[in-house]
Design a binder for this molecule. Structure first.
Ligand SMILES: [Zn+2]
Length: 479
């Protein structure tokens, strides 16, 4: 039975969707004022795996993820760059797709944009005003009256009076209560604006998610996901808006991914440790980055560092080298056979994922399986039969499909990783091949002293070599 940690109850709950075989999931997407960074990648990988696993369990899934394409940051950045806000958001949406496609993330079924849902947003605000949960302010904005909603604070565990007494507010004569938040913002000169019953303006941030999630998934739906940092106020406000407008419970399960730090520090432009996905992918293969992200449980904080990525890269190469061997033996099989060990591995995979999508535990199971395979594949005596090898390969593919990893042709991906490493260390492939060629000549001449010198030369560049029946192979070795 799948169990999910629900931020609303602060415990793991059995997952019982509203409809028997279908799951509706909404995830807050990016505010597209900049290119996606590795924190975005972490969140997207986490949700991708959740969606994959739900499908693996036999659910049909409707996955909705929005783009916030109008807000203060977007307007400020577009002004700074002297381009229209549409130009800016289009550019960043493209960058988002490039990054996420590289990471093999499946696209959601629906990707609504705030600017394309103004009528739905206005309709929801109107409903809130009619029901007395919201009020138009003198300046033409509309605010949500937090005191009117009894459930306000239920997700974040905050109490309204504590929030009021614990915070300093600037006086705003438009608001009845300093905690009230804007559903509709009256437009200032030069800002993007739309007609509304309250005059020209634009939607506040929170309302778009309530309006778009309920439009595509219904008033009540199964899973709402997003980063931990969105719990308050964004998700708290989403609940208030939706439940007051529809009179029904909003999302049943709230899933939040943990933070990402860079070398132990919060990522920010001012600390100069802001890493875009694009930059990270210049240094490491997308599958390495993806595997790195999923090696930590989605709720646990993750620390991004080059040393950690190097470790992951090493592991991925180890896996694919083993897979290459396994595939060779499996090729002789007439049909795959799942022996006890393979069945055990799949069971551990399911148990781990059923336990709040614990991909970190899956990664541990994978590592021990590969370690075992490495031990038994070396000798004829211990090697599983061809059918059993095919059974292992099939089991690894089954798990790989959920993780979005270990699905590539080993030779191909190892070569791609090598290209990236060569780039990273500023070494040319021909340089290495030339030294290997020289070593071959020296060895043929039985000049072992010089041949060893060549090996040392490579070793100084961080490269190890291995003589195989088909020639000398080289790879980067890290201490
Ligand atoms: Zn949202």
């Amino acid at each position: 039975m799948l169990r999910i940690y629900n931020s609303l109850s602060e415990k793991k709950e059995d997952f019982v969707p509203l409809q028997e075989k279908h799951v509706g999931i909404y995830a807050c997407g990016m505010t597209v004022y900049d290119k996606p960074h590795i924190g975005h990648a972490r969140k997207e990988v986490a949700i991708d795996i959740i969606v994959n696993y739900l499908k693996y369990c036999g659910f049909s899934v409707t996955y909705v993820r929005n783009f916030t394409d109008v807000d203060d940051k977007i307007i400020a950045r577009a002004n700074e760059r002297k381009i229209s806000f549409c130009e800016l958001t289009e550019e960043n949406i493209e960058a988002f797709y490039r990054a996420m496609d590289a990471l093999s993330l499946a696209r959601p079924d629906v990707e609504p944009k705030a600017t394309e849902h103004i009528p739905e947003i206005i309709a929801m605000i109107q409903k809130l005003v009619e029901k007395g949960y919201a009020y138009p302010a003198p300046d033409g904005s509309v605010y949500f009256a937090v005191e009117k909603f009894k459930g306000y604070g239920k997700l974040s565990g905050r109490k309204l009076d504590e929030m009021i007494s614990g915070t300093r507010f600037d006086v705003d004569e438009n608001k009845q209560n300093p905690l009230d938040f804007a559903l509709w913002k009256a437009s200032k000169p030069g800002e993007p604006k739309w007609e509304s019953p309250w005059g020209e303006g634009r939607p506040g941030w929170h309302i778009e998610c309530s309006a778009m999630s309920t439009k595509y998934l219904g008033d009540s739906f199964d899973i709402h996901a997003g980063g931990r940092d969105l719990i308050f106020p964004h998700h708290e406000n989403e609940i208030a808006q939706a439940e007051c407008a529809t009179g029904k419970p909003f999302a049943k399960y709230w899933v939040h991914n943990g933070f990402l730090t860079v070398e132990g520090e919060k990522m920010s432009k001012s600390l100069h440790n802001f890493i875009t996905v694009e930059d990270a992918l210049k240094q490491y293969h997308p599958e390495v980055l993806r595997y790195f992200m999923l090696s930590t449980h989605y709720r646990t904080p993750i620390d991004f560092s080059m040393a950690n990525l190097r470790e992951t890269e090493k592991k991925i190469c180890y896996f694919y080298n083993t897979l290459a061997q396994l595939n060779q033996f499996a090729a002789k099989a007439t049909k795959p056979v799942r022996n006890e060990k393979a069945v055990e591995f799949i069971n551990e995979f399911k148990d781990s994922m059923d336990d709040d999508f614990n991909s970190a535990r899956v990664v541990a199971a994978l590592f021990s399986l590969f370690k075992y395979l490495n031990e038994v594949l070396v000798s004829k005596k211990t090697r599983p039969s061809a059918g059993e090898c095919a059974g292992f390969a099939e089991a690894i593919r089954e798990v790989g499909q959920v993780l979005g990893a270990l699905l590539r042709d080993p030779k191909e991906i190892i070569n791609e990783i090598k290209e990236i490493q060569l780039n990273r260390y500023g070494i040319k492939r021909e340089e290495i091949e030339e030294i290997i060629e020289k070593r071959k000549t020296y060895r043929a001449e039985k000049n072992f002293e010089l041949a060893d010198k060549m090996r040392e030369e490579l070793s100084a560049k961080g490269i190890s070599i291995q003589d195989t029946p088909t020639g000398t192979e080289w790879y980067f070795s890290f201490n």
